[in-house]
Design a protein around this ligand. Structure first.
Ligand SMILES: Nc1ncnc2c1ncn2[C@@H]1O[C@H](COP(=O)(O)OP(=O)(O)OP(=O)(O)O)[C@@H](O)[C@H]1O
Ligand SMILES: [Mg+2]
Length: 253
C-alpha cells in the first residue's frame, strides 16, 4: 500500500534564499503528523508546496502513490488535500453559513450555476449543518463571520477546510492566538477529526503540549533542513532538537 503522502527530497528556493532544503517524510493514512521548528524554518513554505501554491524547486510530492508535484492548487484540492491558514482567513462581511457554502462551491468553480441547481447542493446543505455542529459553530451560522471571537473564526477556518471531506488536512498553527482553554479545545477537535471523520492530518504548531499530545510522529525542521523525525517521546529527548528549538527547560505540561 502506498503511503497517503510521500514527500521526497523537497527543496524550495526564493531567489538566493533556500526556505526548504532536502526534506523527506511520509505520512500513513489516519496519522496525525506534526511538523515543528523555529520561526522561519520553512514549515508554511512546505505546506505551500504540498498544497500547490508554489512549485517545488526540486523533489517530489505524491498523494496515494500519484505524483502531484507542481500541480495547480485547485487540482490538488480536488484530489483531496485541504488546508487551514496560519492567520484567520474568512470572508468577514459574509455570514458563517455563506463562508462554509463558499468553501464547498470552490470545488465547482467551473460551473457554480450548475452547482446551485444540482441535487448535490441539497445534500451539501445537510453536510453544512453537520460540519457546523461538529466544530461547535452551529448556533452562529447566520452571524457575520467578521464579528465572531477570534477563536470561533479559527474554528470556522477548520470548518471551511473540512466541508469538502479531504483525505489529507494541512493545519498551519491552528492554536496560534487562542487562549489556553481554546487551545485544549483545538487539540480535542484535531483528534476528533482523525478519530471520528477518519482524516489524516499534517499539523504545524508551536504549542508543544498540543503537538506532543496529538501527534503520532513529528518532523523537526530548522533553517529549511530536516533535523529529526520520530515519536513525541523520541523528539522530546533529542539533544539536537532541544538545542535548536525546545530549549533545556521546556515545559511540556
Ligand atoms: N513567498 C516568499 N518569498 C520569499 N521568501 C519567502 C516567501 N515565503 C516564505 N519566505 C521565506 O522563507 C523562509 C521560511 O518561511 P516560512 O514562512 O515557511 O517559515 P515558518 O517555519 O512557517 O515560520 P513561522 O513559524 O514563523 O510561521 C523565511 O525566511 C521566509 O522569509
Ligand atoms: Mg509559518
Amino acid at each position: 500500500m502506498p503511503k497517503l503522502l510521500e514527500v521526497r527530497d523537497l527543496t524550495k528556493r526564493f531567489g538566493g534564499l533556500t526556505a526548504v532544503s532536502g526534506v523527506s517524510f511520509s505520512v500513513d493514512e489516519g496519522d496525525i503528523f506534526g511538523i515543528i521548528g523555529p520561526n522561519g524554518a520553512g514549515k508554511t513554505t512546505l505546506f505551500n508546496v504540498i498544497a500547490g501554491h508554489f512549485r517545488p524547486t526540486s523533489g517530489t510530492v505524491s498523494l496515494g502513490g500519484q505524483d502531484i508535484s507542481g500541480h495547480a492548487c485547485d487540482e490538488i484540492a480536488r484530489r483531496g488535500i485541504a488546508r487551514t491558514f496560519q492567520a484567520v482567513h474568512v470572508f468577514g462581511a459574509h455570514t458563517v453559513r455563506e463562508n462554509l457554502r463558499r468553501a464547498q462551491v470552490l470545488r465547482w468553480r467551473h460551473s457554480p450555476r450548475g452547482y446551485f441547481s444540482s441535487r448535490k447542493a441539497v445534500a451539501d446543505s445537510a453536510r453544512l449543518s453537520e460540519v457546523a455542529e461538529f466544530i461547535g459553530i452551529g448556533s452562529v451560522l447566520d452571524l457575520p463571520a467578521g464579528g465572531l471571537a477570534y477563536g470561533l473564526q479559527k474554528m470556522l477556518g477548520v470548518g471551511m477546510a473540512i466541508m469538502v471531506a479531504p483525505r489529507l488536512l494541512l493545519m498551519d498553527e491552528p492554536a496560534a492566538g487562542l487562549n489556553s482553554s481554546e487551545k485544549k479545545e483545538a487539540g480535542r477537535l484535531i483528534r476528533r477529526l482523525r478519530d471520528e471523520l477518519g482524516m489524516t492530518i499534517l499539523l504545524v504548531e508551536h504549542d508543544m503540549p498540543l503537538v506532543m499530545g496529538s501527534c503520532d510522529r513529528i518532523l523537526v525542521v530548522n533553517r529549511g533542513e530536516p533535523l529529526a523525525l520520530g515519536t513525541p517521546a523520541e523528539i522530546k529527548a533529542d539533544a539536537s532538537v532541544i538545542d535548536a528549538y525546545l530549549g533545556e527547560d521546556y515545559d511540556f505540561a
